[in-house]
Design a protein around this ligand. Structure first.
Ligand code: SAH
Ligand code: SF4
Length: 377
């Protein structure tokens, strides 16, 4: 039997556990310090921790990172990693540089059950939820890799829950991972550094204010018209725009904090004047920020990205109506960095060795990826 991961424990849980075992709870402070502040994962090296405490945690927990089975560097500096979980499943995690930030996009599930028709992850269905440790370890593994392979001072600054999966479908585990990310004794990431992106799972959104640490929220809106949104996101059949916005309006926003609305732009689907008018009518220009995401085509996708002119036109229309709008540039398109694409392509080509991960060597990987790459217009 494999041991549970140390990275499943919040600070309070570790403290309570030590107390329960008759060990000094201060050990939790020391251990969190070693792991999350000094990046020393081998208990044998924890010089100031009591021997009995060390013996207990060595016996009880696993301290391993996630094996990186593939990594790729894009021309724009985006680094994509495929990491392997204990049961052999893999998920992807992407480090995206932008100005002074280095943002890690983490996965919350293996696959996804929501089934959006534009999303590559959806084609895999939901395999399982990630455990809190599997989310925290994406961060720990990549941060350690960056320190070892790029520069000792290279630091991830932000986290977005925008990899594979619907984070609110995995509510409790993502909550725990978030507590570990934010704990002062742990990684100490401020709430403004973490953004949760959701497709609009209304019952979970209703629980956010009471039951989830206060992180930034990004809502994948993608259309302000119910019929179009339902076509893109089947979840809209159950939780339509009226129900969604009733729930969103109940999220208390701190001063100067706004919800970001993600709006995918798909050619001929949601990029017309009718869409502009509906979007402007639905959102309040003073309270909402819109992030336009030109659709990232992938092999086999049924939608197209609009032309650059169309994208700029849409942007302009929203700015004219008083909205704060940004455009997400496609990051890492030369390494298939969009949601779920890399893993699926490797799966499809059967480039995995059953035991040890992909049998591709990097040079083959890059030519495979070049061949698979969708044309970016
Ligand atoms: N499940 C959550 C978070 C993961 S998806 C959600 O849906 O919000 C993160 C973002 O990537 C979402 O806004 C999603 O709509 C977007 N996305 C998915 N497939 C895409 C594609 N092919 N091109 C561009 N963005 C995509
Ligand atoms: Fe799931 Fe998000 Fe992809 Fe929709 S866009 S299928 S919610 S990961």
């Amino acid at each position: 039997m494999t041991k549970p991961s140390f990275f499943d424990l919040t600070f309070d849980e570790l403290k309570a556990l030590l107390a329960e075992k008759g060990l000094t709870p201060f050990g939790a402070t020391q251990m969190f310090d070693w792991v999350y502040k000094k990046w020393v994962f081998d208990p044998a090296q924890w010089t100031n921790v009591a021997r009995a405490t060390k013996e207990f945690v060595i016996e009880a927990f696993d301290f391993g990172m996630l094996p990186i089975v593939w990594s790729g560097l894009s021309k724009d500096g985006t680094r994509k990693f495929l990491v392997k979980l204990a049961d052999g499943q893999t998920v992807e995690t992407v480090a995206i540089p932008a100005r002074e930030r280095l943002t890690l996009c983490v996965s919350s599930q293996v696959g996804c059950a929501v089934g959006c028709t534009f999303c590559h992850t959806a084609t895999q269905g939901l395999k399982r939820h990630l455990k809190p440790s599997e989310v925290v370890l994406q961060y720990m593994t990549i941060q350690k890799w960056l320190m070892d392979h790029v520069h000792a001072d290279e630091r991830l600054t932000n986290i977005v829950y925008m990899g594979q999966g619907e984070p609110l479908h995995n509510f409790e585990n993502m909550k725990k991972a978030t507590l570990i990310f934010m704990a002062e004794r742990g990684l100490g990431l401020g709430q403004r550094r973490i953004t949760l992106s959701t497709s609009g799972l209304v019952p979970a959104i209703e629980k956010l204010a009471e039951d989830f640490p206060p992180v930034n929220i990004a809502l994948s809106l993608h259309s302000a018209r119910n019929n179009v949104r339902t076509e893109l996101m089947p979840i809209n059949k159950v939780y339509d725009l009226e129900r969604l916005f009733t729930a969103i309006k109940k999220i208390p926003l701190k001063a100067h904090r706004r919800i970001t609305y993600e709006y995918l732009l798909i050619d001929g689907m949601n990029d017309t004047m009718e869409d502009v008018v509906a979007l402007a009518a639905l959102l309040n220009s003073k309270e909402s920020k819109i992030n336009l995401i030109p659709f990232n085509e992938f092999p086999g996708s049924k939608y197209k990205r609009p032309s650059e002119e169309r994208i700029m036109w849409f942007l302009d229309q929203m700015i004219k109506r008083g909205f704060t709008v940004t455009i997400r540039t496609t990051k890492g398109s030369d390494i298939l960095a969009a949601c779920g694409q890399l893993k699926s392509e490797f799966d499809k080509l059967n480039l995995w060795d059953k035991k040890d991960g992909p049998v591709v060597i990097p040079s083959i990987a890059s030519s495979v990826l070049q061949n698979l790459q969708s044309p970016q217009r």
